[in-house]
Design a binder for this molecule. Structure first.
Ligand SMILES: [Cu+2]
Length: 384
């Protein structure tokens, strides 16, 4: 049953991520009282950004997602005890909105502002605090910005793809996060935690961290780094990876990378179209720019979505008729909530049923999986 729940969470997560950030007014705030957790459960203090609506900061900060051509108004408030900004790294903003204290302004405790810019180019970008940048960034004040196109191409006349996969590399030094002031001067900082999207090690094997693909549906890996280290991604052949963009612009000639080096602040967009049934890892090495040593490797798990389905443990909650062409009914409950996935684990619908009857008229033919709040599941077939 655990696997089924994982499938449900995963699928709802994918459904949720298609909602664009600007449906909710994008109000960010800065905080200096957050925690992140190492794979062994140790809490590490962080500073960072969060949505005002959520009320807590996250590592990394929330993904900022816009459509190409959007006029963006990013509201930002600073209730924390020190000054902060948002620098929109790589985006074409004017000086007043660049978040660099010496050329524009910083937000002292209690300040609020609205950064404005036009998201003129599609691509992968970053944001981070630009106050005492070395320290505030390594403490966790960073996130990714995606500018995408409604036609799901990377850029005008660029390749099409099915889904964005943000992968933000970063690192931290535990000693620094435990004692930010004591870590001065900052050139002695040596990171000892290496992260992808704010987590590392076994945390990357959590179900909602695994990257699922469908054969023939290219995924856009949105690679960006705010790490101290050099990131070296090693692409297995089966991923059929092609790099199309760097630093928010198309590269002159797309190329198939065996390895890809990402220096601090750089971004790349790589399309992958993995072989069917592939289940493997994309290893990314963290190399010290101070002494050239390999400090750590974090691996991103990539798996054919179809491989998830056979792991479900089936209960005897069978509906009838099955196959169904008009409706399917589950007995035993006057009111019943059902969540349905297709055979690949994609979310189809959640409905509250009267007398346990689900209307399946006009549904595409195929195998579906119904899940119920008590954790049981049943499989049914829809035919014409
Ligand atoms: Cu800051």
């Amino acid at each position: 049953m655990k696997n089924l729940l994982i499938l449900a969470i995963l699928s709802l997560g994918i459904a949720g991520s298609s909602a664009r950030a600007q449906q909710v007014p994008p109000q960010l705030f800065s905080g200096m009282d957050g925690y992140t957790f190492l794979p062994d459960g140790t809490p590490i203090p962080i500073w960072g950004y969060g949505w005002v609506a959520d009320g807590y900061i996250t590592l990394p900060g929330p993904l900022l997602s816009y459509e190409q051509g959007d006029f963006v108004q990013l509201n930002f408030s600073n209730p924390s005890p020190e000054s902060h900004t948002i620098h929109l790294h790589g985006l074409d903003v004017d000086q007043a909105n660049d978040g660099v204290p010496s050329t524009s302004f910083l937000l002292v405790t209690g300040d609020e502002t609205t950064y404005e810019f036009t998201a003129a180019h599609s691509g992968t970008f970053l944001y981070h605090c630009h106050v005492t940048t070395t320290l505030h960034l390594t403490m966790g004040m960073y996130g990714m910005v995606l500018v995408t196109r409604p036609d799901m191409t990377l850029y005008e006349e660029g390749p099409a793809y099915s889904e964005d996969i943000p992968l933000l590399f970063s690192d931290l030094a535990i000693e620094t996060n435990l004692d930010p002031v004591g870590s001065y001067p900052f050139h002695d900082i040596r990171p000892d935690v290496f992260m992808v999207n704010g987590v590392s090690g076994d945390q990357l094997e959590a179900s909602d961290r695994i990257v699922h693909f469908e054969p023939g549906q290219p995924l856009a890996l949105r690679l960006g780094s705010v790490a101290y280290s050099l990131i070296r991604c090693i692409f297995p052949e089966e991923l059929n990876a092609v790099c199309y963009m760097s630093d928010g612009r198309p590269v002159p000639n797309a190329f198939a990378p065996d390895t890809l080096d990402i220096f601090p602040g750089e971004r790349f967009t790589v399309l992958i179209e993995p072989d069917a049934d592939w289940d493997g890892h994309l290893p990314c090495e963290f190399w010290s720019l101070a002494d050239g040593t390999l400090e750590g490797t974090e691996s991103i798990h990539i798996r054919d979505a179809a491989l998830e389905v056979p792991n479900i443990s089936w209960d005897q909650q069978n509906g009838f008729p099955n196959p169904a062409n008009h409706h399917i009914q589950w007995s035993g409950s006057k009111q019943l909530t059902v969540t349905v996935f297709d055979a690949r684990g994609n979310f189809v619908t959640t409905e509250r049923l009267e007398d346990g009857v689900l209307d399946v008229r006009n549904w595409p033919n195929g195998v579906y999986i119904a899940t119920f709040p008590n954790g049981s599941a049943s499989r049914f077939i829809v035919t014409e």
